[in-house]
Design a protein around this ligand. Structure first.
Ligand SMILES: Cc1ncc(COP(=O)(O)O)c(C=O)c1O
Length: 358
């Protein structure tokens, strides 16, 4: 007999992007660049670094479990009230918390495939049945997702823009979808990459909260704010849902350094703009270069591109690793995801990719 429930027996741990240090250890490659985890190539805001330096002097004190000042600031910035905001140890913690708080093995979850893998991992870890709805043309098939809802469905996840494809669903389609999903379902829009989306009809789901009661919008400080290592994410939802999440969440999961860094990052508009401008310039340049090499990437609204290399992407990944470029084989056996870096990093990737693809 297994020691663990079946969902955990078959679970494989989350496969993170390879750290630069690991590449140095395993392959003896120095000077590697990592374009594997959609991090901000410009680093954290200098204001956030200063805030951490100041906050670390109080490392002997527990953090504010309610993250009052951070939640107050987020509420003010988004035009909501404090009881509508919950913080988490990265948005990962919040995604997992949603599953733990609102579902049991008698319920059902809907998400897309391929999409952010944590939805599947959380469902499996907590023994909740799920339906993974295939993307259509690399984009969420919202109609099929509505059709996948059963009377048992409690949670439905949409990553917009989607990871790993970078594609998005537009405002009109999302509005229709929010009205079509039965009211008992908690719809979660995971907007980890919202700041990179520049399509005129990209919907900020915080503006669509009137369309349905059970809507949760999840955001993170790990991407454009450059604070992935500090682990801060948050969700905005009706107070009744946030209240349940607070009952289940670990009280001290977001450190004081992380709370202070997030607050400082919100003040650094220049860093945010620099990061968005860099991505807006480099993403089309990388896409054009890949297309010229015969490997067009999917249209992306995020800080990464997704392409079919028409051969096992593991092999391409390995060959790029040997050239000191870490990307991510993900999505299908022949697809790769590559984070948009600085111009120099992107040039290095494009040179290595051209070499590997011959
Ligand atoms: C769509 C999506 N959601 C959530 C996350 C989780 O980010 P974090 O836990 O660092 O906030 C990621 C990270 O890659 C992501 O791609």
């Amino acid at each position: 007999m297994s020691l663990v429930p079946p969902g955990i027996e078959t679970l494989r741990p989350y496969e993170a992007g390879k750290p630069i240090e690991e590449l140095a250890r395993e392959y003896g490659v120095t000077n590697a660049i990592k374009l594997a985890s959609n991090e901000n190539p410009l680093g954290p805001s200098p204001l956030a670094i200063e805030a951490v330096r100041r906050a670390v002097t109080d490392a002997h004190l527990y953090p504010d479990a309610a993250a009052y000042r951070l939640r107050e600031r987020l509420a003010a910035d988004h035009g909501v009230s404090i009881p509508e905001v919950v913080h988490g140890n990265g948005s990962n913690e919040i995604l997992d918390l949603l599953v733990r708080t609102f579902t049991t093995g008698d319920d059902h979850i809907v998400f897309a495939e391929p999409s952010f893998v944590v939805y599947r991992l959380a469902a499996m870890a907590h023994g909740v049945p799920f339906t993974a709805v295939p993307l259509r043309g690399l984009t969420h098939d919202l109609e099929a997702m509505v059709a996948a809802v059963t009377p048992r469905t409690k949670l439905l996840f949409v990553a917009n823009p989607n990871n790993p494809t970078g594609t998005y669903v537009g405002r009109a389609e999302v509005e229709r979808f929010l009205r079509l999903v039965p009211p008992q379902v908690i719809v979660v829009f995971d907007e980890a990459y919202n700041h990179y989306a520049d399509a005129p009809d990209y919907p900020d789901c915080l503006t669509l909260r009137g369309a349905r009661e059970h809507l949760v919008v999840v955001r993170t400080f790990s991407k454009i704010y450059g604070l992935a290592a500090l682990r801060v994410g948050y969700a905005i939802a009706p107070p009744a849902l946030i209240d349940y999440l607070f009952r289940v969440r670990q009280p001290f999961s977001v450190s004081s350094c992380a709370q202070e860094a997030a607050l400082a990052a919100l003040d650094d508009h220049a860093h945010l703009t620099r990061s968005a401008v860099l991505n807006a310039a480099e993403r089309p340049r990388v896409q054009a270069a890949l297309a010229a090499l015969g490997y067009p990437a999917a249209p992306s609204q995020a800080n990464f591109v997704y392409l079919d290399v028409r051969r096992p992407s593991r092999n391409v990944y390995e060959a790029l690793l040997r050239r000191g470029v870490i990307v991510r084989p993900i999505g299908s056996p022949t697809t790769l995801r590559v984070t948009i870096g600085t111009p120099e990093q992107n040039d290095r990737f494009l040179r290595a990719f051209a070499e590997v693809m011959g």
